[in-house]
Design a protein around this ligand. Structure first.
Ligand code: FAD
Length: 421
């Protein structure tokens, strides 16, 4: 049977959008990539600007996409950050370290876009403001409304037969809530708006959170600040042993913030700080998506999504790349993109809508059985690679299974090495 070739819109030219565009194009689809910025690479494009609302609460603020800070080095070994046939080994900008700086990844993605012939598929400076079915009840007609900014503003609507959403998941801040937060007189920001340590010279800073950004930012600020403190829900000795940066004072979560500037912790102790940095993660956000409730985000669950990609009632013409958490992002997006491209061409067939919905319900049931909150819906079980292997099984490409094993082994060996050094 002849392959179906569809006219597809990809939203975003970050790592996910680029590899999605490549896979769709390879499969013979006609691809247009909408990118609101002026360059490829998404979050890897460091931007010294910060948003007008440093906590990201004002919906009317001008959004700065990236969350990169100037000093950021990757937290995964570079061998795990490339694509199956285009590794991040020698394509960067000359930073040979196993954990290079952010510039290296941006240069890698630029090279990938150029070498794969993707640049001409991208409409830069085009912000997508609405994605909606063009004809009620049909899955294969999608209106994509876009706007350009700058001096020569333009706007328009194009109709596509499929839309692949790749707008990233690290731009819309999630902040910590505690009594007195909004009336506390000090400075507060989210890590999304942290760039450089110099503004914190001689200040007392409290970091909330215990993820990679929290640890990185605490270490970045330490040489400048008078004191750096860290508060989080996770304060067991086992957790602290791995995540406690030397020289940073540790506390349980904040119980309340007082109008005199004092922060009181859950163990009753208190400190007076100048700044709070919320390193508390992000929310999925699709402000352009109008599906009349067929796809929604509730407590950071994007749903319903069959295997984190296809909403059953709109599949396969609407799909999402890069949603799962705790995976190697490049590998994950490549596997998902290959799957979407082949489902759209008819080479692979999805189960019925009812079967996909049952699979989603089973997944929700599993989350409950694990005792996980709803917002862990897209969290993969670390180190298991079951999801990635399931995708490989769908694709029928055993060489990709070898690639998964190889990257996992490299990551494990390097992790052990870092731990023992
Ligand atoms: P993004 O890179 O966010 O790209 C999304 C793109 O969509 C952007 O270009 C954006 O401008 C565009 N867009 C958004 N909305 C619209 C719209 N309405 N219209 C048009 N375009 C739009 N991963 C690793 O593998 N290793 C690491 O060490 C690592 N460190 C990280 C550190 C930080 C601080 C952060 C935030 C992330 C890190 N990541 C790391 C994860 C990183 O997000 C992925 O590597 C990868 O960049 C995700 O790519 P993406 O395309 O899904 O999203």
């Amino acid at each position: 049977m002849a392959k179906l070739r569809v006219k597809a819109a990809v939203i975003g030219a970050g790592m996910s959008g680029l590899v999605a565009a490549r896979e769709l194009h390879r499969e013979g689809h006609q691809v247009v990539v909408f990118e609101r910025g002026n360059e490829v690479g998404g979050t890897w494009g460091y931007d010294p600007r910060v948003e007008s609302d440093p906590l990201g609460l004002d919906p009317g603020r001008e959004v700065v996409h990236t969350s990169m800070y100037r000093s950021l080095r990757v937290n995964l070994p570079r061998q795990t950050m490339g694509f199956s046939d285009y590794p991040l080994l020698e394509k960067g900008c000359g930073d040979p370290r196993t954990f290079p700086g952010h510039e290296e990844v941006l240069q890698f993605l630029r090279s990938f876009a150029e070498d794969s012939g993707l640049v001409e598929l991208i409409r830069f400076g085009h912000k997508v403001v609405r994605v909606e079915r063009a004809v009620e009840g049909r899955r294969d007609q999608w209106a994509v409304e876009w706007r350009t900014g700058g001096g020569e503003e333009a706007a328009g609507v194009d109709v596509f037969e499929a839309v692949v959403v790749c707008n990233g998941k690290y731009t819309q801040p999630k902040i910590a809530e505690f009594p007195g937060r909004s009336t506390w007189p000090g400075e507060q920001l989210h890590s999304h708006n942290y760039r450089v340590p110099e503004p914190y010279k001689d200040k007392i800073v409290l970091i909330i959170g215990r993820g990679v950004s929290a640890t990185d930012i605490a270490k970045d600020i330490l040489p400048f600040a008078r004191e750096v403190h860290q508060a989080s829900r996770e304060t067991t000795p086992q957790v602290l042993e791995i995540t406690k940066p030397a020289g940073v004072f540790q506390h349980p979560m904040i119980a309340r913030a007082q109008e005199d500037g004092e922060l009181v912790f859950q163990d009753g102790s208190s400190i007076h700080t100048d700044v709070i940095i919320h390193c508390t993660g992000y929310r999925f956000h699709f402000p352009f998506l109008k599906t009349k409730g067929l796809v929604s985000v509730v407590d950071n669950r994007v749903g319903p999504l069959y295997k984190h990609v296809f909403p059953p009632s709109l599949a396969p013409r609407l799909s999402f790349i890069g949603i799962p958490i705790l995976a190697f992002p490049a590998q994950l997006s490549e596997l998902q993109s290959k799957w979407v491209a082949k489902v759209l061409s008819g080479e692979l067939v999805l189960p019925s809508e009812e079967e996909m919905m049952s699979s989603v319900q089973e997944h929700y049931q599993r989350i409950e059985e694990l005792g996980w909150p709803k917002h862990y819906t897209h969290k993969l079980e670390i180190g298991k690679f079951e999801y990635q292997k399931w995708l490989v099984g769908q694709l029928g490409l055993p060489s990709l299974a070898e690639w998964i094993e190889k990257t996992a082994l490299i990551a494990l060996e390097l992790f052990k090495l870092v731990q023992s050094s």
